[in-house]
Structures are given as structure tokens and as C-alpha cells.
Design a protein around this ligand. Structure first.
Ligand code: HEC
Length: 140
């Protein structure tokens, strides 16, 4: 019992010790606001869609994109469900209305959030054709 009483001032003393100085804030989990460089954002698709170009880009879409964005562009691919991603439905004409071709190009090339970049895997021409494929989902 006496021991208990002796502990009390000790606890009080520990409690009153100044708290350690705050540590440097850890880097934020998500990078700073995503921004497409204006000179790219203002671009309109320079690549005229040809049947061959679109065919090739549709194949790429099937390999690299459909698992998230859905085979038909509805944003309900299996991987998107597993990762609990909330993706736009490209079948809805309103979904990409506010975005330029250049912005879509940049995101496909560089990636965004949990989307991996195409990077060097795709030629620029292929990426522009992917932009056409993405846009075409709302016209089917
Ligand atoms: C791992 C899942 C995943 C894969 C694979 C993926 N994306 Fe995405 N995509 C995303 C996420 C997440 C975003 C960001 C959505 C947001 O910002 O709201 C995104 C955004 C986009 C955007 C910008 C428009 C929008 O919906 O915000 C385009 C265009 C796009 N993706 C196309 C593609 C193409 C083309 C491929 C294949 C080359 C691809 N994505 C592969 C997850 C994915």
C-alpha cells in the first residue's frame, strides 16, 4: 500500500516532464497536388485516328488498362475493385468533358495516384491513340 503511495508522486513527476520537441513532420503520403504542365494541357490530339492505329491502341488498352478502367471503359475493372478505386465511367459523355486531350495524354504517359505510367512502354503516337480510344467509349 505504501509502495502505491510512493508511486503516485513519481507518476506525477513523469507526467509533468516537458513533452519531447515535435519531430519533423513526415512527408505527406500523397504527393503535392497533381498538375499537368500547361503547354501539354492545351494540346489537342495531333494524331488522326486510323483503323490500324485504333486497333493497336485497343489491344494495348486490353493489356494495360482494362483491369482498372474496365474492358468497356466503365471504370469497373477487377483490379479497380480489388484496390477499391473509384474510377470515372468513360461511357458517360460528361465524364471527361472538363479534361483536354493533353491532360489525358499526360496522365497516361506519367501515371496518376495509383495509376502506373505507360512511360517508355508506349510511343507518343500510341498514347494519343489511347486518348482516342478513351474518348470513343462514350460514343458506343
Ligand atoms: C491500377 C489501376 C489503373 C490502371 C492499370 C490504369 N489506370 Fe488510368 N487511372 C487510374 C486512376 C486511379 C486514375 C486517377 C483517377 C482520378 O484522379 O480520379 C486514372 C486516371 C486515368 C485518366 C485520366 C482521366 C480520369 O479518369 O481521371 C486516363 C485518361 C486514364 N487513367 C487512362 C488509362 C489508360 C489508357 C491506361 C492503360 C494504359 C490506364 N489508365 C491504366 C487507375 C488505373
Amino acid at each position: 500500500m505504501l509502495k502505491c503511495l510512493a508511486l503516485f508522486p513519481l507518476l506525477l513527476f513523469l507526467w509533468a516532464l516537458p513533452s519531447p520537441p515535435p519531430q519533423a513532420a513526415p512527408p505527406p503520403a500523397t504527393p503535392a497536388a497533381f498538375k499537368v504542365p500547361p503547354e501539354i494541357a492545351q494540346k489537342t490530339n495531333p494524331v488522326k485516328p486510323t483503323p490500324e492505329g485504333l486497333e493497336h491502341a485497343r489491344k494495348m488498352y486490353g493489356y494495360d488498362c482494362a483491369m482498372c478502367h474496365g474492358a468497356n471503359g466503365d471504370g469497373k475493372g477487377d483490379l479497380a475493385a480489388d484496390m477499391k478505386l473509384n474510377l470515372r465511367n468513360y461511357r458517360d459523355p460528361a465524364a471527361l468533358k472538363g479534361m483536354t486531350d493533353g491532360e489525358l495524354f499526360y496522365i497516361i504517359q506519367k501515371g496518376k495516384d495509383q495509376m502506373p505510367p505507360e512511360g517508355d512502354r508506349a510511343k507518343e503516337e500510341d498514347i494519343w491513340n489511347l486518348v482516342s480510344v478513351i474518348r470513343s467509349f462514350s460514343q458506343q
